[in-house]
Design a protein around this ligand. Structure first.
Ligand SMILES: Nc1ncnc2c1ncn2[C@@H]1O[C@H](COP(=O)(O)OP(=O)(O)OP(=O)(O)O)[C@@H](O)[C@H]1O
Ligand SMILES: [Mg+2]
Length: 347
């Protein structure tokens, strides 16, 4: 929500301004439309079914995963499946206790209350939330100085859905109050192809099977990215007066966008190349590396690294980041040719 990066690349997993709003037609509304993440979905469906049977609110739900994999989408799907209301906010929008109190006191029984970027909650808000999550009550201080007293305000039972890309910095008291945790993983090739087919159908775009397959493979296992690239390929097809997106269109389109067969953009390849050429393949510390590529450590860690690691091109070690032999292969280099001074793996 509201995240915007300076030089948003096409395979960056975070939304480009207004993109998610435009993509509303593509957003799955029910569990059956939500492609992939099967194990997680199966369990969640059981918990939803059981909560409905008991006429209780669903346990609080914690969603963890890199950007663009479907956390917000799943939160909405859960509300739809529960047939409850959906109230959405994000931690940076909760500035004062009254911001949270206002939202919580308006919830109806069983509603899904979604807090995005939950790792960014302020401590005072977090404290309030603990009691709300546990007892469905709010501590509200009235009066000032010696006259101040605390009122306990009851609220309706609700389900908090908290989403984060950075589970590592969420406090343990908060984590312990979630009854269910869902960890998203990057989507498989098969699931990505299913998403391309689904989105193409919804947008009335014709795409050949081999073209869909290449597009799926080049989209970093991330639905948001594949939807974005699908639209660009539609533009290229239209520009070349081709009625359906075929393999040559996708091949040519990806080449024009400088996206390679693994879904890497120039900046990703630059990261790998810099580690190879300046730091002998690593290890190099995150801060040093971030400076070398002209990005913040946060951008490096949030955007670039998860997929480079998942693709087996980069490794994190206590001493820093290292490229793998796969990365040399992908860049068309060998450790010897890159350094000119023997093996780089023996630093
Ligand atoms: N499982 C899925 N099946 C089909 N489409 C999906 C799926 N998950 C996500 N999408 C599509 O990808 C887009 C991005 O998903 P979403 O906004 O839910 O990601 P997110 O994890 O909340 O990202 P962020 O961390 O940036 O908030 C959605 O608009 C939706 O169209
Ligand atoms: Mg989201």
């Amino acid at each position: 929500m509201g995240k915007k990066k300076e030089s948003a690349g096409l395979v960056r997993p975070e939304p480009i301004e207004g993109e998610d709003e435009r993509d509303m037609t593509l957003r799955p509304r029910h569990m059956a439309e939500f492609v992939g993440q099967q194990g997680m979905k199966d369990n969640l469906s059981v918990f939803i079914y059981a909560a409905k049977e008991r006429n209780e609110s669903l346990d609080h739900l914690f969603l963890i995963g890199p950007p663009g994999l479907g956390k917000t989408t799943l939160a909405q799907v859960v509300a739809n499946e529960l047939e409850t209301g959906f109230v959405q906010t994000s931690a940076p929008a909760l500035d004062k206790p009254k911001d949270l109190v206002g939202l919580l006191t308006n919830l109806k029984k069983g509603d899904v209350f979604f807090i995005d970027e939950i790792h960014r909650l302020k401590p005072v808000i977090e404290e309030l939330l603990y009691i709300a999550m546990e007892d469905y009550e709010l501590d509200w201080i009235v009066g000032q100085g010696p006259m101040a007293r605390t009122l306990r305000i009851p609220i309706q039972p609700f389900t908090l859905v908290g989403a984060t890309t950075k589970a590592g910095i969420v406090s343990s008291p908060l984590i312990s109050r979630f009854g269910i945790t869902c960890r998203f993983s990057f989507y498989s090739q098969e699931d990505m192809e299913a998403i391309v087919r689904r989105s193409a159908g919804l947008l009335n775009i014709r795409i050949d099977a081999d073209a869909a397959s290449l597009l799926a493979r080049s989209s970093r296992g991330t639905p948001r990215v594949v939807n974005r690239l699908l639209r660009r390929m539609r533009d290229f097809a239209q520009f070349s007066s081709v009625s359906s997106i075929n393999l040559p269109v996708v091949r040519d389109g990806l080449k024009r966008l400088e996206i390679d067969a693994l879904g890497l953009e120039k900046q990703d390849r630059d990261i790998l190349r810099i580690i190879v050429e300046r730091y002998k393949g690593g290890p190099v510390g995150a801060e040093t590396l971030a400076i070398s590529i002209g990005e913040s450590v946060e951008t490096l860690e949030d955007y670039y690294e998860p997929y480079l690691i998942q693709a087996g091109l980069l490794q994190r070690s206590p001493r820093g980041r290292m490229v793998t032999s796969l990365a040399y292969g992908h860049l068309g280099l060998t450790p010897e040719s890159a350094s000119g001074e023997g093996s780089l793996f023996s630093t």
